[in-house]
Design a protein around this ligand. Structure first.
Ligand code: NAI
Length: 399
């Protein structure tokens, strides 16, 4: 009997995951996309033909698969019928509406996977699905498993490259009894790559998200900007200066202090995956970094970051920074605000994060933080524990 999975979303990742999974004999794939008329358009394209998926393998060779989901709809009840695993494959700002749509139809022992999750995924999911969380497992990957693009909507998508490895956390509700193992099953759906690694706990991963890098980098570069357009787009990583490196380091220290405080409060929780950013770079880019003498130099000399520039908008006068790019628009509410919130529950002061958030929220026209407290009027639009009324470390883990 086939295992039925649901893919939520209609973008690049959703196209690729649904076509990839549908190409496997043991899987039946449903798609739920709530955005505009995506479901209708996509369903029409595959009425009489399969989707084409072009995959570039690790060795650079390419192959095509031809397959299609058995159902593409915006009707959550139909989409959820008989589903054992739900994947959310949309940017973080779109997660809430999918949690809301699937909640009434969730059966016990369902696996919900954020692919990727991004900070606060589990907290928001638990809040929206309510009591049902204790009979489900909520997993999240650190990133999308592949770099990918739609070639032609509903018809053809391309996996440009698969990651070698990918971390995934799983938060099991106390009454949840999955009939299958989480990592092995998701691995079977993705194929050989990326190699999934089960991470120790989801809070550690929330603290280690990319969002601990992007907002400090943006604030460090643009916090004192004079407003004058630039002739060129400045390098993002290779242009790191002392002020940015200092901010990144201070944020790392605050996150490490939060991790230690959580371990003190909860002897059963292992937070060892939270490490300083400098160590993280040395571990993840051992061969690409040529100067490992400091965090600043490691970032400036990392070949993996060659040529990456700041998010900029071109105007008639020159380039100006784009403060609505995901480095702020996503990585503040679904990133650093979550980290700050976890640190607050742990009782750890976070002056560096507070300063960055005060600036970032102003650029976004939002208010999450007031002074050092997450009591701003827009905190409900972010995904900190405080956005969902949580007040203790225990609440993070007891589900
Ligand atoms: P995408 O940009 O293709 O997602 C667009 C889709 O999101 C739309 O088709 C629609 O289904 C939904 N959507 C957009 N606006 C919406 C709205 N206002 N309301 C409701 N739904 C809306 O995203 P993609 O490329 O699939 O990426 C998914 C996640 O994976 C993102 O967080 C992205 O940063 C991350 N990622 C993507 C990579 C890639 O190569 N595509 C690589 C690494 C990470």
């Amino acid at each position: 009997e086939k295992c039925r999975i649901l893919v939520c979303g209609g973008g690049n990742g959703a196209h690729c995951l649904s076509a990839l999974a549908a190409s496997k004999d043991n899987l039946d794939v449903h798609v739920l996309t709530l955005y505009q008329d995506e479901a209708e358009r996509w369903a029409k394209h595959v009425e009489n033909e399969n989707m084409k998926l072009t995959i570039t393998k690790q060795d650079g060779t390419q192959y095509d698969t031809f397959s299609k989901p058995s159902l593409i709809t915006k009707d959550a009840a139909k989409a959820m019928s008989g589903v054992e695993i739900v994947f959310l494959v949309v940017p973080a700002f779109a997660h809430a509406q999918y949690f809301t749509a699937i909640a009434p139809h969730l059966q016990p022992n369902t696996l919900i996977v954020g692919l990727p999750g991004q900070a606060g995924f589990e907290l928001q999911c638990r809040h929206i699905i309510g009591d049902k969380a204790s009979s489900c497992t909520i997993a999240a990957s650190e990133s999308l498993p592949f770099a990918c693009r739609i070639v032609e909507f509903g018809r053809h998508a391309r996996i440009l490259g698969l990651k070698d490895s990918l971390g995934m956390s799983a938060l099991k509700g106390k009454a949840c009894q999955l009939s299958f193992p989480v990592v092995e099953t998701v691995q079977g759906i993705l194929g050989e790559y990326p190699k999934l690694e089960l991470l120790k706990n989801y809070i550690a991963i929330n603290l280690m998200a990319d969002a601990n890098v992007h907002p400090p980098m943006m604030y460090g570069r643009w916090g004192n900007w004079d407003g004058k357009p630039l002739k060129e787009e400045p390098l993002f990583y290779q242009g790191v200066d002392d002020r940015q490196a200092d901010l990144l380091s201070r944020v790392s220290e605050e996150l490490l202090a939060a991790a230690k405080a959580i371990e003190q409060k909860r002897k059963d929780v292992d937070m060892s995956e939270v490490i300083h950013l400098f160590d993280w770079y040395k571990i993840h880019y051992p061969d690409q970094i040529t100067d490992k003498s400091s965090l600043k130099m490691a970032m400036r000399t990392n070949k993996a970051y060659d040529g990456l520039v700041h998010p900029m908008v071109k105007t008639d006068e020159g380039y100006v920074p784009n403060f609505n790019y995901r480095y702020t628009s996503e990585d503040v509410p679904f990133g650093m605000v979550v980290m700050k919130g976890i640190a607050d529950l742990a009782g750890v002061p976070t002056p560096a994060m507070d300063e960055i958030l005060a600036w970032g929220q102003q650029k976004l026209g939002k208010e999450y933080i007031v002074g050092s407290k997450l009591i701003g009027k827009d905190i409900g639009l972010a995904r900190a524990p405080q956005s969902f009324g949580m007040t203790s470390v225990d609440e993070l883990f007891d589900i």
